[in-house]
Design a protein around this ligand. Structure first.
Ligand code: TRP
Length: 452
């Protein structure tokens, strides 16, 4: 069982994924103004989300970065990423959206020109109708922001072919542009922390669960660049450890011959102690020779504040000072024919540029959880868990939890027939699409602002 971000295999068992890859589950009752995606468990898992929510609570800045490959027509599934970015934006975050044209070129065999055309006509023009605030949103093409490629290259020093094989199943035949694309994605994810793009702050990456391998890779590489490791120790407090690297030997008090320069070592320890003092911690016990500091008045929950101060110090000392990104994950709606949703099979999904007629047709012939005959349906009831009309109401078109619950109960009891639940879905979908197309048309002028 592994996740392949390019195979669109779909995930069978979300709980298993959480356990295997160490994801935390989202508790929507602890979130500020949760959306229907949170309330219904569709956004179900995260990494380190508290780092972002704590920053927000303390009135400190945070950012959101996500992206999509412009490899065809934009469909409903793609919209979930933008909806989540908007939710974080409404909570105060700045938003950066990547148009992953290099990735699409490397993995989907499209020319960069074709990607650009899809990006503008399909993706960005629809984003314009999704309520992002143009003053706090920036959209860019991977191919046009060299810094993300350069960062990918730099971070690439912290991984190797074996790890790439283990995470992605790459083999001898994998083309090297494909191998590079997750590194560019790592560059995408960390670049908002650079001073030119807003500076050191928590960055959250809202994505579908298929993207977690990239998050794992990025978090791993980032933590290996850090000059100060922060970990919980056996006593339940925090221990800071100096991380000696090629580019910091001097600052860390390592002599040319590899020995410890006592004076310089004591200096860096003193700097670290003063840095964590800014986070309010003072009960320290340092071992300069080993390069460790125990912080006795800090516990696990204080890790992020301590890390933040040490990353600031690392930057002052000449390091990159990068924070590991946070992430949230959504589940996937089923395809309209009951299998996977896929852009290359138009009957499996609703495109945002579909006409009302297309939509009606697709819902009418969508996979149903109803019974074969009316009599049987009345007796046994339908199964909403596999019923496309119900699932699309749940994912996309019915905002009201009570109304959704009512539909679910009536369908399960057999009161609501297959044709009837499809009719409800068609009505709601048409209303939603009409509204989206209006917003989109009204807001085309935003495209220029997003791309600045
Ligand atoms: N890999 C993503 C996709 O397949 C696109 C992407 C590129 C991305 N860079 C990103 C997503 C950074 C999130 C964050 O759609």
């Amino acid at each position: 069982m592994e996740i392949d971000p390019w195979a669109s295999k779909g995930v069978q068992n979300y709980k298993e994924i959480c356990e295997k890859f160490g994801l935390d589950t989202v508790d929507h009752t602890k979130l500020p103004s949760p959306t229907h995606l949170h309330r219904r468990g569709i956004i179900f898992a995260h990494r380190d989300l508290n780092n972002v929510l704590d920053a927000r609570k303390a009135g400190r800045p945070f950012g959101v970065l996500s992206g999509l490959m412009p490899s065809g027509q934009i469909h409903l599934g793609h919209k979930m990423v933008i909806d989540q970015a908007k939710w974080f934006q409404d909570l105060g975050g700045d938003v950066t959206i990547t148009i992953a044209d290099l990735e699409a070129h490397a993995t989907r065999g499209l020319s960069l020109e074709k990607c650009r055309k899809y990006a503008i006509e399909e993706y960005i023009s629809n984003y314009a109708g999704m309520g992002l605030n143009p003053d706090k949103t920036s959209i860019y093409f991977q191919s046009e922001r060299p810094i993300v490629q350069k960062l990918g290259f730099t971070l690439g020093k912290k991984t190797n072919l074996s790890e790439m094989e283990a995470i992605y199943g790459f083999s001898g035949e994998t083309n090297l542009a494909h191998v590079q694309s997750p590194l560019v994605q790592a560059g995408d994810i960390v670049h908002p922390q650079l001073d030119e793009y807003g500076g050191l702050r928590p960055i959250v990456v809202p994505v579908g669960i298929d993207q977690d391998p990239h998050i794992r890779l990025t978090r791993g590489m980032v933590s290996k660049t850090n000059w100060f490791n922060v970990n919980q120790n056996k006593a339940g407090n925090i221990t800071i450890g100096l991380s000696i690297q090629d580019n910091n030997q001097n600052s860390m008090g390592i002599r040319e011959d590899g020995g410890v320069d006592k004076n310089r070592r004591e200096k860096v320890i003193a700097k670290a102690i003063s840095a964590i003092g800014k986070a309010g911690f003072s009960q320290t016990n340092a071992n300069p020779k080993h390069g460790t500091i125990d912080v006795k008045d800090a516990v696990n929950e204080n890790q992020n504040e301590i890390r933040y101060q040490l990353l600031k110090l690392e930057r002052e000392m000449g390091g990159m000072g990068l924070m590991q990104p946070s992430s949230t994950y959504h589940q996937f709606a089923v395809g309209m024919t009951g299998g996977k949703m896929s852009s290359s099979q138009p009957e499996t999904t609703m495109f945002l540029n579909d006409s009302m007629k297309d939509i009606e047709k697709k819902i009418k012939s969508s996979f149903s959880g109803g019974q074969a005959t009316v009599e049987e349906h009345r007796a046994k009831g339908g199964n909403p868990d596999v019923d496309v009309a119900y699932q699309y109401l749940r994912y996309f078109f019915e905002e009201d939890d009570n109304e959704l619950e009512r539909i679910r109960n009536e369908y399960t009891s057999g009161d609501l027939l297959t044709g009837e639940i499809k009719a409800i879905c068609i009505e709601k979908a048409s209303e939603w699409m009409k509204n989206h197309h209006e917003l989109k048309d009204q807001n085309q002028h935003l495209i220029k602002k997003f791309l600045k």
